[in-house]
Design a protein around this ligand. Structure first.
Ligand SMILES: [Zn+2]
Ligand SMILES: [Zn+2]
Length: 259
């Protein structure tokens, strides 16, 4: 099913966003319709993981390198890209910066990364739903206009001008090579706030459906890493709860935070 128009993705474009752009240019109603029509190419769904959608994009569009559809603002190594903080918590529904959209930007791959809660360019919170309450969907209005439910245009979304949370402020100041490690650390800390004494780090508990507010959870994780009163309280509660591990040494008692 060759598409007549298949421009190349922009570097750092979201795989789903790029497919939506292909759908739009080629006259499909929305991404779901393009995926439906592509059933001969493989089992793809609207909520397929980003890797699957990248594969589909490579079949339908002009993708000469998968890097094109990866976040530009983080550099992962091969281990990190498949590990806890990244893959399991990539968000699959649209999450965007309305100010970028009003400026005509394409949907960025990093907006799928749950731990990145704000737009680096505008410092605006990324949103997955409109002020009317409707969740954004992968439809044509998302690219060209705004909310397909109430008709609010991207240019009508006001800048909130709220302060960046500390963890995002620090994140944006890091070199891109350091950012994957920062995301690993803050994710481990966030998980520790949810399940303070688990010794097995389990990505299941960080799946989007289990986390009500990533902003709050990541903020709490950042506090655990940076505020002495918070980490001292956690350390002393660990010493108590995990006292039976003492024979194994401090590493076992204070896992995953021990130097
Ligand atoms: Zn923006
Ligand atoms: Zn709306």
């Amino acid at each position: 099913m060759p598409l007549i128009a298949h421009p190349a993705p922009e570097s750092g474009e979201s795989p789903a966003g790029y497919l939506l752009r292909l759908a739009d240019i080629n006259g499909y109603f929305d991404l779901a319709e393009l995926i439906d029509e592509s059933s001969s190419l493989g089992k793809y769904r609207l909520n397929s993981c980003m890797d699957s959608l990248s594969e589909l994009a490579a079949q339908l569009g002009s993708v000469n390198h998968f890097e094109l559809l990866s976040p530009k603002s983080i550099q992962h190594n091969a281990n990190q890209v498949n590990s806890l903080p990244f893959k399991p918590v990539l968000i699959r529904s649209p999450r965007i910066c309305p100010i970028c959209m009003a400026e005509g930007a394409n949907i960025k791959a990093e907006w799928h990364v749950m731990q990145i809660t704000h737009c680096e360019h505008h410092h605006e919170a990324l949103i997955d739903h409109c002020s009317c309450g409707a969740k954004f969907t992968w439809d044509e209005a998302l690219l060209s206009y705004g909310c397909s439910t109430c008709g609010k245009a991207w240019c009508e979304f006001e800048e909130t001008k709220q302060e960046l949370p500390s963890f995002m402020e620090v994140f944006f100041k890091l070199e891109i090579q350091q950012r994957a490690n920062f995301i690993s650390d803050i994710t481990a800390a966030a998980l520790t706030r949810v399940r303070p004494y688990d010794t097995i780090v389990d990505s299941h508990h960080l799946k989007p459906k289990h986390v009500v507010s990533w902003l709050e959870l990541l903020g709490a994780g950042y506090d655990l890493l940076t505020k002495p009163a918070v980490y001292e309280q956690w350390l002393s509660s660990c010493a108590l709860v995990r006292s039976k591990f003492k024979a194994l040494g401090n590493r076992a008692v204070f896992y995953p935070f021990y130097r």
